[in-house]
Design a protein around this ligand. Structure first.
Ligand SMILES: [Zn+2]
Ligand SMILES: [Zn+2]
Length: 460
């Protein structure tokens, strides 16, 4: 059995020197980086260039003969040199821009930890909720949980005592990975008996943890993230770009969980579905239902015609929702014309409680309803009666986050469908520099793209 290379307390030259290799389009867009903001972040981090460059010079390991590659970070990060400090975008307060800050990298990793040099991150809607104050997080913190990076160093025992990392023995320094947003203990009843590690009694979630927890490198809007021993990591195939893989560890893995094949109706046709809300989760849900579950028809309901166009490219039948009673019944008639007994599966990904009535109406007897979007208190189901659920023999399942197995499936699905689906079309065409994180957040708020991509090594 091959184990990950033990951390010797300093960087491995040979392996680090390979980090400049290109991973598909993972670094794409750096050259086309948007122009710096009219109000650059530099004033908030005086002398950062000087101090960081000094740190790089002082680092114990510099690959001989290696030269800085502008497209791989301007401060020597990821250019074959071992940086002693990371740079992270720190969120302090609602209404204030994020601030770039240097954070020392740990000299020696603890058992089971992985130091990951981030390549790209994508901006998930939950981060926008935090930035706008709709969601409360412990501050200050490094936001960001979606992302892809390369293992720079591995702790002394990748199995970490009692917390086995699934297939951990296969991981090595230099591997490009995605990782579970949840770190779990692997021992409590939630982790073992209930198979819900995302509900672990000692749960930690990346992008949601305070700076004071551990090294502070707990989010993906940074050059590095430190993965804890109970975090699942999945090695990515070279056929997939880092950009395309970045949303896998939140959006896609959650969809895989919400539409877990083993939980969908076993009896009946399983031929049709309704997806309510086609943000990125909804778009991935359409693709999963069509390609993996093998459904004939997946109806997509949304108020945004642009999103519906994207959903159509992923195999959905678009139905624009503009509101109003008459339109509601028209939609019902249209779907029932094709499926007189109703659809087999409905999935709620809007976050709006008023869509539940329609979903229940559209489901056939014995249908399956997944709730994944309403993760907020304003989600009382007053329009839904117990009688309806009982008389229609419905299964209603709440889904929050996912398990390591779902993440494995998500990566596999992307690889299988990379030629079939327009996976790049849901991403911003250019990747924003980490230094321009506030512009990237602004772009994400505009809603033009399902995900805005951040190049985590572009720091200036
Ligand atoms: Zn997310
Ligand atoms: Zn646990």
């Amino acid at each position: 059995m091959q184990r990950g290379k033990a951390d010797s307390g300093s960087c491995s030259r040979l392996r680090l020197c390979t980090f400049g290799e290109d991973h598909g389009s993972g670094s794409r867009g750096t050259e086309n980086r948007p122009l710096p903001s009219p109000e650059p972040l530099a004033p908030m981090i005086p002398n950062i260039s000087v101090t960081f460059a000094a740190a790089v010079r002082a680092a114990p390991c510099v690959a001989p003969g290696s030269s800085l590659r502008a497209s791989r970070g301007r401060l020597g990060i990821g250019s074959g040199r071992c940086a002693a400090k990371a740079v992270a975008a720190v969120f302090h307060e609602v209404g204030k821009p994020m601030e770039l800050r240097e954070i020392p990298l740990p000299e020696r990793l603890n058992e089971g930890e992985l130091l990951v040099r981030m390549e790209v991150a994508t901006i998930c809607g939950s981060d926008l909720h935090t930035v706008s104050g709709k969601r409360q997080e412990p501050m200050p913190l490094v936001l960001g949980h979606e992302g892809v990076g390369v293992i720079e160093r591995i702790g002394s025992d990748i199995f970490s005592g009692n917390r086995p990392r699934h297939r951990g023995w296969k991981l090595q320094e230099g591997d490009r990975i995605t990782f579970s947003v949840a770190d779990s203990c692997g021992m409590c009843p939630e982790c073992t008996l209930h198979k819900l590690p995302q509900k672990c009694v000692s749960l930690m979630k990346y992008g949601h943890a305070r700076m004071s927890e551990g090294t502070g490198l707990n989010g993906t809007y940074a050059t590095h993230v430190l993965l804890r021993p109970g975090t699942h990591a999945v090695k990515l195939p070279s056929t997939l770009s880092s950009r395309v893989c970045s949303p896998a560890n939140c959006a896609l893995a959650t969809v895989v969980n919400a539409l877990d094949m083993a939980r969908l109706p076993r009896y009946g046709s399983n031929k049709s579905a309704v997806v309510q809300g086609v943000g990125l989760l909804g778009i991935y849900a359409v693709a999963w239902l069509k390609k993996r579950v093998g459904m004939d028809s997946v109806f997509c309901l949304d108020m945004d015609s642009e999103r519906l166009k994207t959903a159509e490219q992923f195999g959905g039948i678009p139905l624009l929702v503009t509101g109003g009673e008459e339109e509601f019944w028209e939609r019902q008639r249209f779907i029932h014309k094709h499926y007189p007994h109703g659809v087999d599966v409905a999935v709620e990904m809007t976050g709006a409680k008023n869509v539940i009535h329609e979903g229940v109406q559209l489901l056939r007897n014995g249908g399956h309803y997944s709730f994944a979007g309403m993760v907020h208190p304003d989600s009382q189901l007053s329009s839904l009666t117990g009688e309806t659920i009982i008389r229609k023999c419905l299964t209603i399942r709440g889904v929050h986050n996912y398990t390591p197995w779902n993440l494995e499936e998500a990566v596999k699905f992307l690889d299988e469908q990379r030629e079939e689906l327009p996976l790049e079309s849901v991403l911003s065409p250019t990747s924003y520099a980490l230094s321009n994180i506030n512009d990237a957040i602004k772009e994400a708020f505009s809603g033009r793209y399902c995900r805005v991509v951040v190049n985590c090594q572009d720091v200036f």
